[in-house]
Design a protein around this ligand. Structure first.
Ligand code: 5GP
Ligand code: ZN
Length: 113
């Protein structure tokens, strides 16, 4: 049920380029196009779900896969301090209506003294 009108579906199908980090069977991680912290990576399910609520209800296996990928990348790239957050609904700042976690960190591992 992926669709051509959804920018993240198009990234998932490699129709639009993104700076990829890692992928699994169900999930894809890529750098945010306008990072707001030294680490700002988006983690998405490859199949279209409008938000984290729908992903949780309709595809819990994909949710677990996404959380595993997001936290694994967080461990690899950050000092261990990070956020994995899901804007849900326009009033909460969601602008792309394909579920995605923002993995952000101010303390990349490679910048620690
Ligand atoms: P939201 O505001 O929906 O929670 O987050 C959407 C995020 O997607 C924003 O941080 C925005 O910078 C990012 N974004 C939007 N379009 C693209 C794109 O085409 N490629 C990439 N890599 N990120 C995008
Ligand atoms: Zn989509």
């Amino acid at each position: 049920m992926n669709n051509q009108d959804c920018i993240f579906c198009r990234i998932a199908s490699k129709d639009i380029q993104a700076n990829l980090v890692e992928e699994t069977e169900h999930s894809l991680a890529f750098w945010d196009i306008s990072p707001r912290q030294p680490i700002h990576i988006l983690v998405i399910p490859k199949r279209h779900h409008a938000n984290i609520l729908e992903l949780t209800i309709n595809a819990p296996d994909e949710l677990v896969d996404l959380m595993r990928l997001g936290t694994r990348i967080a461990s690899e790239k950050s000092s261990g301090s990070f956020r994995l957050s899901f804007n849900t609904g326009a009033e909460a700042g969601q602008t792309v209506f394909h579920a995605h976690g923002h993995l952000t960190s101010r303390t990349p591992k490679d910048q620690l003294a």
